[in-house]
Write a protein that binds this ligand. Structure first.
Ligand code: UD1
Length: 429
C-alpha cells in the first residue's frame, strides 16, 4: 500500500490546477444511464472513485472511453470521458462494487427511470456515521417506485414507468436530491422536489440534464420542478471545478504561508469557506484564471465554525479547517452538524501534538506553537487530507499510510503540492 512522506516547514508558492469536481463527475457519469446516446464529459478528474464507477456502469452495458491527454503526458492526464449506454443489459449493481463507494447507489433512480427496474446493493463509502438511504427510497416511492429490501439489496420496480410526484425532504440530502432529480427527468408528468440540496454539483448535474433535453426549473434553489420528457439525448458538458479541492489547497496555503494561484477555481462556489479562511488571516482574491490565496508572516487567527448544507461551511472541509486551527493563535471551535462521528482525524492530528477536545458535535482546538511530524494513518477521504495539511507545517518528517483514501478524491496531490515547494513524495508498495 502506498504511503506519502512529507517533510514540513516549506511555504507554498506557485500555481495549482484545480480539477473537475469528484462530487459532480460521479452523478454526471451516472446521468449517462438516462440516454441511449453518447454523453461526453470534459474536465473529468482522474480518481479511483471515477474508475470504480466506470466499472459499475460497464457492468450495465455502458461503454466508457477516455481521451484528451496531450503529447508526452501519461494516460492519467486524459480528462474527456465518453459514456454510451445504447443498451442496458443488466440492472444489478452488486455489493462488491457499491460497498466501495456510496455514490454508486445513485444509479438506482436512473436505472428505474430508463429500465423500470433495478437491484442495487445498499451502499458503503467513507465510514462517517450511519449514512442511511431512507430519503432516496422515500423520494423514489413518491415517483411510484415499488421498493423491497432483500438480503442487503434494494429491489425496485416501476411497472409502466415512473410518474411525477411531490417530495418534501425532511433533511437536506445531496445524494437523495441527485437520485430523485435524475429519475424524475424521464417520469410521466411533473415532479416537485422541496428542500432539495443546493450544492453547486447538483446545479452542474441539472444543467447537464437540461443540455440532454430535460425540463428543469429552479436550478440552484431549494425547489426543483421537473417536467418529465419521453427521452433524453446526448450532450457535451464540462464538469464544474472542485470546490472542496479548492478549499483544501487554500487551507494548505493559509497553514504554511505563501502565495498560490488556484487555477480554474471559482470564489462563488465556496464563499462561506473563503470567508473563514480570510478570518483566519489569509487573503483570497478572485482573478482571471482562478483564485489567489496568500498569507504573510502574521499569525493564524482562531475561528468558530459550524458545518451546514450549501451555502454554509461544507462538512467536506471540516477536517482541513481543524488541521489549520491546530496552529492558530488562540482557541477555535468547530461544530459538525451533517455527519455524526466525522471526527476520526482528531486522534491522528493529536499525534502531531495538536490540542483538540471533543464534546458531542463540537471540537475545541487550542492552537499550539508547533506541530511535530509523525507516522499517521488516513481514515477517510477528507480526514486524510487534513493530515497532509498538518504535515506541511510540522517540524520534521511525516508518513501518511492508507493513502488509497486520498486517491479516491484528490488527483495527484503530491505532484500539485510538490510543484509549489512542498517536500512530498509517494512511496509505493
Ligand atoms: C454528499 C457528498 C459528500 C458530502 C455530503 C454532505 C458526494 C459524492 N458526496 O454525500 O462528499 O460530505 O454530500 O455535503 O457528493 N441522510 C439520511 N437519509 C438519507 C440520506 C442522507 O438521513 O437517505 C443524512 C445523512 O446521514 C447525513 C445527511 O443526511 O446526515 C446529509 O447526507 P447527504 O447529503 O445525503 O450526503 P451524501 O449524498 O452521502
Amino acid at each position: 500500500m502506498d504511503r506519502i512522506r512529507i517533510v514540513g516547514g516549506n511555504r507554498l508558492s506557485g500555481a495549482i490546477p484545480i480539477s473537475g469536481a469528484k462530487n459532480a463527475a460521479l452523478p454526471l457519469m451516472i446521468a449517462s444511464i438516462l440516454t441511449p446516446e453518447t454523453l461526453t464529459l470534459q474536465n473529468v478528474p482522474r480518481l479511483s472513485d471515477v474508475r470504480l464507477l466506470a466499472q459499475i456502469l460497464n457492468n450495465f452495458g455502458t461503454d466508457t472511453t477516455i481521451a484528451g491527454k496531450r503529447a508526452g503526458q501519461r494516460e492519467g492526464y486524459a480528462r474527456t470521458m465518453r459514456l454510451n449506454a445504447a443498451e442496458i443489459v443488466d440492472t444489478t449493481a452488486p455489493y462488491e462494487l457499491v460497498s466501495q463507494m456510496r455514490a454508486s447507489f445513485w444509479v438506482l433512480g436512473p436505472l428505474l427511470a430508463r429500465c423500470h427496474e433495478a437491484r442495487v446493493s445498499l451502499p458503503g463509502g467513507c465510514a462517517i456515521g450511519t449514512r442511511p438511504v431512507d430519503l432516496h427510497l422515500r423520494g423514489l416511492e413518491a415517483l411510484g417506485a415499488e421498493i423491497e429490501l432483500d438480503s442487503g439489496y434494494v429491489n425496485a420496480r416501476a411497472p409502466g414507468g415512473l410518474k411525477g410526484g411531490r417530495i418534501n425532504f425532511p433533511t437536506v440530502s445531496v445524494g437523495a436530491t441527485h437520485n430523485v432529480l435524475m429519475a424524475a427527468t424521464l417520469a410521466k408528468g411533473t415532479t416537485v422536489i422541496e428542500n432539495a440540496a443546493r450544492e453547486p454539483e447538483i446545479g452542474d448535474v441539472a444543467r447537464c440534464l437540461v443540455a440532454m433535453g430535460a425540463d428543469i426549473e429552479g436550478i440552484d434553489t431549494g425547489t426543483l420542478v421537473i417536467r418529465g420528457v419521453d427521452s433524453l439525448h446526448g450532450a457535451t458538458h464540462a464538469v464544474v471545478p472542485d470546490r472542496i479541492e479548492t478549499g483544501t489547497y487554500a487551507m494548505a496555503v493559509a497553514m504554511t504561508g505563501g502565495d498560490v494561484l488556484l487555477e480554474n477555481a471559482r470564489t462563488d462556489l465556496l464563499q462561506a469557506a473563503f470567508d473563514v479562511i480570510e478570518e483566519a488571516g489569509a487573503t483570497v482574491v478572485g482573478e482571471a484564471g482562478g483564485v489567489r490565496v496568500s498569507r504573510g508572516p502574521g499569525p493564524i487567527r482562531p475561528v468558530h465554525v459550524t458545518t451546514a448544507p450549501y451555502p454554509g461551511f461544507p462538512t467536506d472541509l471540516q477536517a482541513q479547517l481543524m488541521a489549520l486551527m491546530t496552529r492558530a493563535d488562540g482557541v477555535s471551535t468547530i461544530t459538525e452538524t451533517i455527519f455524526e462521528n466525522r471526527f476520526m482525524h482528531v486522534q491522528e492530528l493529536a499525534r502531531f501534538g495538536a490540542d483538540i477536545r471533543l464534546s458531542g458535535e463540537t471540537a475545541t482546538i487550542t492552537g499550539v506553537p508547533k506541530l511535530t511530524g509523525a507516522p499517521v494513518m488516513a481514515t477517510d477521504l477528507r480526514a486524510s487530507v487534513s493530515l497532509i495539511i498538518a504535515a506541511l507545517a510540522a517540524e520534521g518528517e511525516t508518513t501518511v499510510s492508507r493513502v488509497y483514501h486520498l486517491d479516491r478524491g484528490f488527483e495527484r496531490i503530491e505532484e500539485k503540492l510538490g510543484r509549489c515547494g512542498a517536500t512530498i513524495e509517494r512511496i509505493s508498495g
